[in-house]
Design a protein around this ligand. Structure first.
Ligand SMILES: [Zn+2]
Length: 433
């Protein structure tokens, strides 16, 4: 059974987390309509604060009764000149704002729907201009004599810990959507376990996940999902657990409770599962593709054009074409390991013999070239020249938590995992009532 549960805010007291990079938030920023609405509110909040500040301003006394506010929404094809004209603010004053330094550069990148708020004194004298490119940032220009002083005000969203668990019926994405999670956080959840679990072939009905994560709020409004803090995935009865840990250098990554990195030298599945999961049909698991040779690899059914990823760091040994393999790539990983990718529709950019590739880099796209009855990737994994099952072969691991940080890791990891287990038990108790 699927259960939704929000943490009480009191759990926030425990929050000690590294700020998520702003860029990753912006990518997942609200829809255009939402953005407009957010912007409006932020500007309104700024005006409130601004009006008070003006009242207290003794260097430039301005009777607040004669100060008015004028709001302009950026239209498509608009320019600052035109917007200032509509607000009846002179070109000289626009020039003064633009001369105010680095903060003004943001004004050169205004978008339709953005709002500019003019605080205007007597004689159409601009006292303040406020502009909010997004909900977490606003740029305010205050008059100081004949000049303007610009400053950027950053707002930190409130991070609220939250928990969800789900049992997969049809697909991971469907279940997580029902749990109120979006595709982005679902992908991030799966990526934590992508070295252990093959998300294309191994996911079964009855698999479950438990995840502790942050929700970001601004003025009590939900902005989006923050970091995943701890997660558990039960795949075909096997339990995997991971916690987020930030090392002494400020680098955050996921580790098993014993301090091992979740990363390994090879990905379990060399296809971009996120591209095929949205309409993924579990009944198409384990397709068999007839070939005239003994089958020494694994077939991944996927739509033509699905990115094929280098499963590990290495060097392209062959990128070529023949009658049976179609377009194929062979990657050499150190001395021991070799991976092969067959039936590609085309190669990734720059992929040819000798090219160095990184784990997860696109080396080609799923196709049906050569002797293939349908679009799929045929993947082979060789150790010392011998074919192995890539889904069961033990893989070299990445570095664990450094020895010197083990104590801190143990404390933080056990706290997060205890929190995960607490939530889980709460849910179970609620279910049994
Ligand atoms: Zn095959």
């Amino acid at each position: 059974m699927d259960v939704l549960k929000r943490f009480p805010r009191s759990h926030l007291v425990l929050a000690t987390l590294v700020a998520m990079p702003l860029t990753s938030f912006l990518v997942a920023s609200p829809s255009p309509q939402g953005g407009d609405r957010f912007t409006t509110e932020l500007v309104l909040a700024e005006i409130d604060a601004g009006t008070h500040a003006l009242d207290l301003d003794t260097t430039d006394p301005e009777p607040s009764a004669t100060v008015r506010e004028h709001r302009e929404v950026v239209r498509s094809g608009d320019s600052l000149e035109r917007i200032f004209q509509r607000a009846s603010i002179s070109r000289q004053q626009l020039a003064a704002v633009m001369a105010s330094g680095p903060a003004a550069t943001g004004l050169k990148r205004i978008y339709p729907g953005n709002e500019l708020t003019f605080t205007i004194g007597p004689d159409e004298r601009l006292v303040r201009l406020a502009y909010a490119p997004n909900r977490l940032e606003s740029v305010v220009f205050d008059r100081n004599g004949d000049q303007f002083v610009g400053r950027t005000v950053h707002r930190e969203p409130e991070r609220v810990r939250s928990y969800r668990e789900g049992t997969i019926q049809q697909s991971l994405f469907l279940t997580s959507t029902q749990m109120g999670l979006d595709d982005d956080i679902t992908i991030r959840l799966a990526q934590i376990f992508q070295w252990d679990i093959d998300f294309v072939l191994d996911i079964r009905k009855g698999d479950s996940f438990h995840v502790l994560f942050e929700e970001l709020y601004l003025d009590d409004e939900f902005l989006g999902f923050g970091n995943i803090l701890a997660a558990e995935f039960i795949n075909q009865g096997k339990r995997y657990r991971a916690v987020r840990y930030t090392d002494a250098n400020g680098h955050a990554d996921f580790f098993a409770p014993n301090g091992d990195s979740m990363r390994k030298a090879f990905l379990r599945a060399p296809v971009d599962f996120t591209r095929i999961s949205s309409n993924f049909n579990m009944r198409r698991l384990h397709p068999l593709y007839k070939t005239t040779r003994p089958h020494r690899g694994i077939d991944y059914a996927a739509p033509s054009g699905t990115p094929v990823l280098a499963s590990g760091d290495g060097r392209v040994k062959i990128a070529s074409r023949n009658a049976s393999n179609g377009n194929f790539v062979v990657v050499q990983h150190g001395e021991q390991f070799q991976t092969k990718y067959l039936h590609l529709s085309k190669f990734g950019r720059g992929i040819r013999g000798g090219t160095r590739v990184r784990q997860g880099q696109i080396i080609g796209y799923v196709g049906a070239t050569g002797w293939a009855t349908g679009p799929h990737l045929h993947y082979e994994f060789l150790v010392g020249g011998v074919h192995k099952n890539p889904r069961t072969v033990p893989l070299p691991k990445a570095n664990p938590v450094p020895e010197g940080e083990r104590q801190r890791f143990d404390i933080e990891a056990s706290a997060l995992l205890a929190l995960l287990d607490d939530q889980r038990e709460d849910v179970q108790v609620a279910l049994n009532r």
